[in-house]
Design a protein around this ligand. Structure first.
Ligand SMILES: [Mg+2]
Length: 281
């Protein structure tokens, strides 16, 4: 191990101690030695919170989207009568809105799996922040006459749409209005909404953190099959499909567990370890 790695570990230990203070405030694990503090989400959430690389993956994705807009507009030259207006379709969570602060709340509360009640509270409180470069990208698209549509699956009851549009507007994203936002409460199948947009607009890019944001055919519950299906479309990625990172949740979790939001049980923890060891088909 390099000195740098050792120093990093020491720095990490300080962070863990800070975490234990936070937990003790909630009456949990007050004097737990660092070795006893275990949360299977710690490393994933630490990366979300601290990695400059993650921010730059978002910047990279939005730069690609911006280049794509420029290239299509150059190709079109003068706008021709009869052309459909241009559009991009964005997923919301972990695409243009970051769920970082939700995951921090979750880990600070000592939870080790997705928690619906905590998520809904966070949505309603306008917890989401913008991902790196998202606001600039949507404003750039708007400046070039390219409409941004948002298609998301969320369910916070009858006011889901209002909360969702409010989250987008709160951080300053362009096109944060009902005409450009679809929040699906009953299904994660985005294709009908995406096809409706494509009837009136030329969709030049899809942005998302989940394969399901690009094609419904990727919606399968097999780790290996998802890889095969995505691999068949490899040429689309970084072009028409612009993918952002999400190491805490999504259908990749569903492929491991059979459901995207498994409850925290001993079997869940055991299966996560199996997945880490690449023992889940
Ligand atoms: Mg998402």
């Amino acid at each position: 191990m390099s000195d740098l790695a050792r120093r990093s570990l020491l720095t990490g230990a300080t962070g863990i101690a800070g975490g234990s203070l936070l937990l003790s405030g909630a009456g949990r694990a007050a004097a737990a030695p660092a070795d006893d503090i275990q949360n299977i989400l710690s490393a994933a959430v630490a990366w979300r919170e601290t990695a400059a690389e993650r921010d730059m993956l978002y910047r990279q994705g939005f730069n690609i989207a911006r280049d794509r807009i420029d290239a299509v507009l150059r190709g079109r030259g003068q706008t021709r009568r009869g052309d459909k207006p241009l559009a991009v379709i964005c997923d919301v969570d972990d695409t243009v809105l970051s769920a970082d602060t939700y995951w921090v709340r979750l880990v600070a509360a000592g939870k080790q799996a997705f928690d619906d009640a905590l998520w809904d509270k966070w949505v309603i409180e306008n917890g989401p922040t913008a991902t790196a470069g998202a606001v600039e990208f949507t404003r750039y698209a708007e400046s070039r006459g390219v409409e941004v549509f948002y298609v998301s699956s969320r369910d916070q009851g009858p006011d889901t749409q209002r909360y969702g549009v409010g989250n987008l507007a709160h951080v300053g994203l362009a096109y944060a209005d009902d005409a450009h936002c679809t929040f699906l409460r009953e299904s994660s199948n985005k294709e009908p909404a995406q096809k409706a947009i494509a009837e009136t607009h030329e969709v030049i890019a899809y942005l998302g953190d989940n394969l399901n944001d690009f094609r419904r055919t990727y919606y399968v519950k097999s780790v290996a099959q998802r890889k095969v299906l995505a691999g068949e479309d490899a040429e689309e990625f970084g072009r028409r499909f612009i993918l952002f990172p999400n190491n805490t949740d999504g259908h990749w979790v569903g492929a491991i567990f059979g459901e995207s939001e498994p409850a925290d049980t001993p079997a869940y923890r055991e299966r996560m370890l199996q997945a880490a060891l690449n023992q889940v088909p």
